[in-house]
Structure formats: C-alpha cells, structure tokens
Design a protein around this ligand. Structure first.
Ligand SMILES: Cc1cc2nc3c(=O)[nH]c(=O)nc-3n(C[C@H](O)[C@H](O)[C@H](O)COP(=O)(O)OP(=O)(O)OC[C@H]3O[C@@H](n4cnc5c(N)ncnc54)[C@H](O)[C@@H]3O)c2cc1C
Length: 486
C-alpha cells in the first residue's frame, strides 16, 4: 500500500532508502537541515577550489554497482570512475614513502623488497581476505541485524575463530616490518575502531584495499551524491533543504508526524538517516529506546580535524591520497580511544583531488584536504585547530621537501564542534559507531524502533556500520523492513 514517508536527512543512507522506497511506489519526501544535500559527503566550492567535505576513498565498487543495478542502471549512466595508480602513498620520513600499486602482484613485489618472504605471505593473506570479503557481502552485510541467527551460515561457521581474534594480532603474527604492519592495519580504521579491537574476519577490508582498488569518481565523491539525487528525483522523491526536523510526534506509540521548521507534516512512516542518538532526542523521553548511559558506553568512530586548503601553485612529490605515518601509530590510537586528548604527534591523511580532476582547482593551482583523526567529544577551539594546522603543514613541508605555507590562498577548517552543529553528530563523531565485535550486526542499534511503531532508522550508527558502501546497504535494508510491514 502506498505510504507517505518522511525521511530525515540526506546522507548516503537516506538517499539510498529514498530511491528504494520510491521504487516501491511510496510518496517520499527528504528533509535536510542544511542548505545542500549529501550529509557528511557535501561539497565545498570556494574561490575556484572544489573539495569533497567528507569521504574521498571510493572503495568496494561492487556495492555501488549493485545499488544502481537494483534500479536497472549502471554507475556509468551517472558518473565516470578512474582507478587511481598508485592507489596511495604512505610516508614514513623525509623522501621515504611506500607507493601502493593498483594491483596485487605489484604490491606483493613491494612487500617482498621491504621484508624477505612477505610477498608470498601477503598473497596467502589476501586469498583469505578475499574469501572473507565474499562471505561478508553474500552472508553478512546485507542482513538487517534483527537476530544473531543471521550470522550463522555454513561459511561463517568455518571462520568462527576469526571473530574472536583481532586483526592486529593476526597481521603481527605474519609480518615483522612495522611499516608493512601499519599499511595492513590501515583499512580497518574505516570501521572506526583500533585494529586491536577489530575481529580478524574484517581482513575483508584489506581485500577492498589491495584486491578491488581505490577509485575516484571523475569530479569527486560528490558525483555519487548527485547521481543518487538524480535517480531519486527520476523515481519521484521530493527534497526540501534548510528543513530541520525539530520533533517526531508520537500518538498511541505510533509515529504520526514530524515538525519541520515549526510546521507539522503528517506521515505514515518516519525514517531517520540523521545520527541515531540525535533522532532519539526528537522523541519524548518515554519513547527513546536507548538511554544516554547506553550511548556513553559505546565505542564511537573518531571525530576529525579537517582543513580544506587552496594553494596558488602545484604541490610536488605527492599522490592523490597520502598517509603520513611518520610518527607513533600506537600512541595516536591511544590518544583517540584510551586516554582521549589532542595527540602530541598526530598522524594525518591528505588528498589532492586536483591531481586527478583538473576542475578541482584553478589552472596551475592545487586543492588539498588534510585530516587528523581525534577522539570524539574532545575540546575544540580555534587556537587548537591552528596549532595543529601548523604542526601538520610543517611536517608536510619537511616530508615532501617543499615550501607551501606561503602559497595558501584559501583555507577552511572543520572540527568536532562543526560535526555537532552541522550534522547533529553525537560527540562530533565523524563516521558513526565503530564496528567492534560487540557492536556488529544484531548488536548495533536497530533499524526499526523498539518503542515506536512506524519509526525507522538508517545510517552509520545502525547496520551495517560506517562508510559510504555500508550507508547504501543500510538504505536498502531499512527499505526492505518498511516494505515488509507495509
Ligand atoms: C571526514 C570524513 C571522511 C570520510 N571518509 C570516508 C571515505 O573515504 N570512504 C568512505 O566510504 N566513507 C568515509 N567516511 C564515512 C562516510 O562519509 C559516512 O559513513 C557516510 O557518508 C554516512 O552517511 P549517513 O547517511 O549515515 O549520514 P550523514 O551523511 O551524516 O547524513 C545525515 C544527514 O542528516 C542531516 N540531519 C541531522 N539532523 C537533522 C534534522 N534534525 N533534520 C533534518 N536533517 C538532519 C544531516 O545534516 C546530514 O545531512 C568519511 C566521513 C567523514 C566525516
């Protein structure tokens, strides 16, 4: 039966859900508090520079293909993809970096050169990672997290030991060189927890990295937002921006309406793609399924200090994606998860989209994005932001052996306080609730409210978890649940 569905927020999960629900014949409207859609994947355009404000790594292309195929479309109907080669560089010192090729045989050669025997070990590790990836996609991530039984399949039963060991231990058993270990631990950081708190089974992220490769939509990740918005509009979805939902009205334990900028909008179903914790604050206390104590006890993915920077010249000795791991990896992880504080020596990540996409910066110039992961909930002041910009730009100049500081003609920062005010993010988390063993699948906050009928959730605080591909999957899972009940 056709339902009037209100969707809160316009991030990837909400966009995906809007497409599936409109395809099923429902009357769908998306309400976004900000003035443009895309959530954490919005785009910043200023002074001739273009930046993706959040995600920049297009991994797991099969998940995007599957999403568009569900609508009889192909990604290429909407955007063009470039496979990055090298995929990325990892810096360890002055002019000392490892470039990760765009194919496994070459990466094996790189490993072998650094640690004798590690090429073959990597090959075998990747075979296992590929098998885990296939199981994760086939048997696990497309499950709604309703029951623990969803996780029990013939294939997962064979891997049960990998859920109770952690990926850091596993990698350290196989590899001795600290640089190679860090490269192999890096992909699970996308899941939001420390490698030592992430089950070994999640080596499927290593397959996503070395096996499937790093892609780039021609003019940035925002191409995917545009594509999904276009598809949604083709399917009849309506969008309202600058439309903040202030309250979800519940009568007789049923979600009946939302209040948008002070106006009541009646709805048969309310689906929130905004942060789960925030959405529950739109309900009266008695209708919230999770207490503040519950949220406080969860492991959240880091917040981030971000800088969007325009340089008036081309930057040298860089690649599209670059990781700066020249300081103590373990100490920075401790500063995020164990004793939250601003790291003394921050690891950081940078990308330069204008290397791949000339339109991202005026001719002869460069656009750069810098990210330092930080503990969620940390104190955020203008002075701290500047102190850390100075630290990372100094290191950047030293490691890549050039001077860029005096060539900055555009700079904007974004940090914990902005995550809270712009996205209503719990503790200013950048990418949701971490996927630790005890926060996986049926152990995550539910897609369907446990207390209010006709109220549903999607996005990075529910199943399957953080990241753009999981957001697309989350939108599909919640739409299936809604359709089942309708
Ligand atoms: C800096 C950064 C880098 C990242 N890098 C990567 C990457 O390289 N690759 C990758 O795969 N993933 C990456 N991620 C993670 C990925 O971007 C997210 O997991 C994903 O985009 C989350 O989508 P979502 O739909 O759950 O939520 P969001 O994108 O947060 O969408 C929620 C929306 O709800 C809106 N909203 C909130 N409250 C209200 C309200 N009351 N009324 C109306 N609207 C409201 C918000 O404004 C927002 O638009 C990154 C994230 C960040 C922040």
């Amino acid at each position: 039966m056709k339902k009037k569905i209100t969707i809160i927020g316009s991030g990837f999960s909400a966009l995906a859900a809007s497409c599936y629900l409109a395809q099923s014949g429902h009357d769908v409207t998306v309400f976004e508090k900000n003035d443009s859609i895309g959530g954490r994947a919005r785009q910043l355009n200023s002074d001739g520079f273009t930046f993706d404000m959040g995600p920049s790594w297009y991994w797991m292309p099969d998940v995007f293909d599957r999403f568009f195929a569900d609508f009889g479309k192909k990604t290429t109907d909407y955007y063009e993809l470039v496979k990055l080669s090298p995929a990325y560089r990892v810096y360890y010192g002055v002019d000392d970096f490892i470039a990760i090729a765009d194919n496994l045989p070459e990466i094996e050669v790189t490993f072998e050169k650094i640690e004798k025997g590690s090429g073959k070990i990597l090959h075998d590790f990747m075979m296992e990672a590929q098998s885990n990836y296939n199981i994760a996609i086939k048997d696990l991530v497309y499950r709604p997290g309703v029951s623990p039984l969803e996780l029990v399949t013939v294939e997962t039963a064979k891997k049960v030991g990998q859920f109770f060991s952690n990926i850091s231990k596993d990698i350290r058993k196989k590899f001795k060189n600290e640089q190679l270990i860090q490269i192999l631990e890096f992909p699970v950081l996308f899941l939001g927890a420390k490698p030592s708190d992430t089950p070994s089974f999640y080596s499927f992220m290593n397959y996503a990295d070395f096996g499937l490769g790093t892609w780039h939509p021609k003019t940035g990740m925002f191409d995917v937002v545009r594509a999904m918005e276009n598809l949604a509009r083709e399917l009849g979805v309506k969008f309202q921006v600058k439309a903040s939902i202030d309250k979800i009205i519940v009568e007789n334990k049923k979600a009946m309406a939302v209040v948008v900028n002070g106006k009541r909008i009646d709805s048969d179903i309310v689906l929130s793609g905004a942060d789960y914790h925030h959405t529950e604050t739109l309900l009266d206390l008695e209708h919230r399924a999770y207490s503040e104590k519950y949220w406080e006890s969860r492991v959240f993915a880091p917040s981030s200090l971000l800088f969007y920077v325009g340089f008036d010249k081309k930057v040298e000795n860089i690649s599209h994606h670059a990781l700066f791991f020249d300081v103590d990896f373990q100490q920075h992880a401790k500063d995020i998860y164990d004793e939250p504080r601003w790291p003394k020596e921050p690891l950081f990540y940078a990308n330069f989209p204008s290397l791949t996409d000339k339109s991202a910066a005026p001719e002869g110039m460069e656009s750069g994005f810098f990210l330092v992961p930080l503990a969620p909930g940390i104190t955020d002041t203008e002075a701290l932001r500047e102190e850390y910009f100075d630290k990372i730009i100094t290191r950047f100049e030293t490691l890549t052996q050039q001077s860029v500081r005096n060539n900055i003609i555009f700079k904007r920062s974004f940090c914990k306080n902005d995550f809270v005010t712009e996205y209503n993010s719990y503790k200013g988390n950048a990418y949701g609730m971490a996927n630790t063993l005890f926060q996986t699948a049926f152990l995550r906050p539910k897609l369907k409210s446990k207390k209010v009928e006709n109220l549903f959730f999607t996005g990075q605080l529910t199943v399957p978890g953080p990241g753009v591909p999981p957001a697309l999957i989350s939108g599909k899972l919640v739409s299936d649940l809604i359709n089942k009940q309708s």
